[in-house]
Write a protein that binds this ligand. Sequence first.
Ligand SMILES: [Zn+2]
Ligand SMILES: [Zn+2]
Ligand SMILES: [Zn+2]
Length: 319
Amino acid sequence: MYFCTPPSVYYVRRKNGNRRLGARMAGAEASDAVMMSCELKELGPVSEIMKLLECPICKGLPIPPIWNCDNGHISCDQCKSQLDECGLCRAPFAGGRNFFMEGVVNDCLVTCPYAEVGCGAVFRTHFMKNHAAECKFGPKIKWISCQNGNFPPNAIKGGRQHGVDLFIIRAPHMGSTTPGKLYEFAPPGVHPGGSKATLAWGGGERHKFSYEVLVAPLGHVSWVTSQNGDTTHNAVIGGVSETGETLYIGRFLHEDNLINGKIHPSHRCCYIGVNGREIASSTYEILVKVDLPPPTESNDDSTMNRNISDNDDMPAYYS
Ligand SMILES: [Zn+2]
Ligand SMILES: [Zn+2]
Ligand SMILES: [Zn+2]
């Protein structure tokens, strides 16, 4: 195998209209051009290569998408989402995705992110995402970031309004993280120009274009009746008020619509957003976790992939 050798002579039209050899486009020096005829005999020390595969910011394996800063440093998706600029050189992340790196990482064998709590699964990175989303050792009830009316397939239904199903969301608002609702699709004429996600806060209904959606497998949550701000030990935590008070997820019937919103314990009620206003009720249903037996290693069929060594010639797919 040769590296950096163009497969054949090719020309690229530059912005000024000149046609130049493709190899010269990379700005190759004369000495680089000589090196282009080197043949790859062996990959460098594996430990060194593995170090190159770290996100330089969090030191974790960057799960694709992997991003480039303007100066060519990589960043994992999580670090990039939390930083306005490169964590190493402060350049903007305008370099786009690093598809070479993504290809390498996607073919690596990795442990499940829930290995520490008992999952023995090992997959190519490319397939681990699917496994992790459904891993029986992972958290069953979680919040997934979404935008612009989108929601994941296992979103929990909270109620129904104007004949449209509602899902459970939460979003930051004025120093709080407040639970609210998301229409499955926009009911005609209800909130022109608004978002499908809204929450009740400060007497009004607030629209949100970025939010998190609550997801859980079937049967992992249920609703129980409650009142006057009462919660239960197994209530699902929905968010936190601007004063630091824990908020829960509640719903009640309002003009024949079952609408989900937030339970504010110290206010002794549940609030929902309806037609731009915040409506309160002292009686409501509260969302609770259903106690299920913990998973056991013995019935985990994914453990068959444990102990795969670097040298095993495994296919790039398992299911
Ligand atoms: Zn990172
Ligand atoms: Zn950088
Ligand atoms: Zn797992």
